[in-house]
Design a protein around this ligand. Sequence first.
Ligand SMILES: *Cc1c(COP(=O)(O)O)cnc(C)c1O
Length: 565
Amino acid sequence: MVSADNLDGQIAYYTMEIGIENDVKTYSGGLGVLAGDTIRSFADMGLPAVCVSQVNENGYCKQILEEDGTQVSEEDPWPVEEYCEELDVEVTVPIYGRDVTVTAWQYDVVSEKSGETVPIIYLDTNVESNDPDAQEYTKRLYSPGYGEDHQLAQEIILGIGGTRILDELGYEVDVYHMNEGHAALLTLELLKRNDMDPEAVREQCVFTTHTPVEAGHDQFDWDLVNEVLGEFVPQETLKEYSREQDLHMTYLALNLSRYANSVAKKHQEVSRNMFPGYDIDAITNGVHVPFWVGEDFIDVYDEYTEGWQENPYKLKHASVIPDDDIWEAHQSQKEDLIEYVNEHEGADMDPDVLTIGFARRATAYKRADLLFYNHERLRHIAETVGEFQIIFAGKAFPGDEDGAGNIREIFHNAWELNDAVNVEYIEDYDMDVGGLLTQGVDVWLNNPRRPLEACGTSGMKAAYNGIPQFGTLDGWWVEGHIENETGWKIGPEPEESKPDETPAEEEDRTDAMDLYDQLENTIVPMYYNDREKWIDIMRNTMAFNGPYYHTRRMSREYLEDAYTQ
Ligand SMILES: *Cc1c(COP(=O)(O)O)cnc(C)c1O
């Protein structure tokens, strides 16, 4: 059996963002939370690993919502020195023709289960020896509003700076894992260290792509690259490993990695179409189970699925959990959520009303407003079939006007529907709010436009709390969905949907109609009139999906298929 003994050194896991705990503001969303869950599992498994990321002392974005839902984005600083140890290490990287100093902080992720540690090395350029511009580079995640050259600078620091820092710190790295293309410049540093031999670099690198949209892959103009990075390696060489028209981080990573993967089976298809000729594997994402399960379900699992924290495969035995235990644990977690919403948002929600949750980055393709497609239908269901209430949360990327518009839309719809459906929007979505929501709603709604959701992990968190997902068959839901057993689908089966040939308006209409049909004919009536079947579905989400959608399984796949091959 493959184990960590098959490694000749450390796994160096590079990620621009990581969500390790709520108040360490080095994450923005799914990519970062996944990185955090991965590193937690690496520590549980005692894998020899080190994580490289960026310190972001001013955080990502604190969201303040005005009366009408307009998002005001503020900086979100966190006290780095309270969480991290300052390391006595210093390297330089070339940016705009000068040497920029990079230093580092260490945060130790210690497993409560195994006692093993995986360090996170947070890179920092805010030091006196740097000029004021350079001091800004690592202050904000993705540098909203600072322009592309700042982004490229951050990627130079992560890829090249991170690799030099690991070297200075004495890490013997066996495999460099690029979690998304932001870290791809590390391949250039490795090329230089290996006499520009691409085979030697490929042998050391693996790459995970997370983005099913062409525009989502970082691409930098050659003019910009020349100015910011200069001739770090000859441009001809860069063109050879990227592509002719620009520096494309995904091509660079794909061309200089021995292994590449996507993050769900469906995403594999999409990635292979987007990057023909590359052998892209699929390792479906997961979540760190003990981190996302609410207190009440922890007790239930302890009683019926002993050993589940060390080994989430044991959640198969969730099939024996009695109805009452499931319902009581669920209602207790739901009450915690409703209490929070009522207190923080001045809401008037009721724990006995069917509660639908929707929380994720506010961006057009996630279609947070699909539910409001037809007010009459929604009203009709609420007034004649059964009451329901909806809780939203999510930030728009600062500067994303469409995403910000989505939030205003929801506020506007909520106001128009307020006599029939109670709609609340929780301000400043973060890991704590994400936890509360995925532990406490009755149904997790997820209706992205196909095929734009690479995987999605919030529905997995819900599943571990016995909460069924109601969603379009995209990302992980293609794998985790069994109709009327683990949740419900919205719209066509994957083989029947033709996103390339379907205009967006038509997809919206078809999906919205099916969403209403499902609510009206299945979900709302079942919740109020067939509690036994409802609880069966809750149990299935845990027993069917619980054994699979966790980062322990995922990390094992990375170890076997990526790191030790
Ligand atoms: C889990 C999580 C996400 C990821 O959600 P998706 O379903 O992948 O969109 C994003 N943000 C936070 C705070 C989370 O906890």
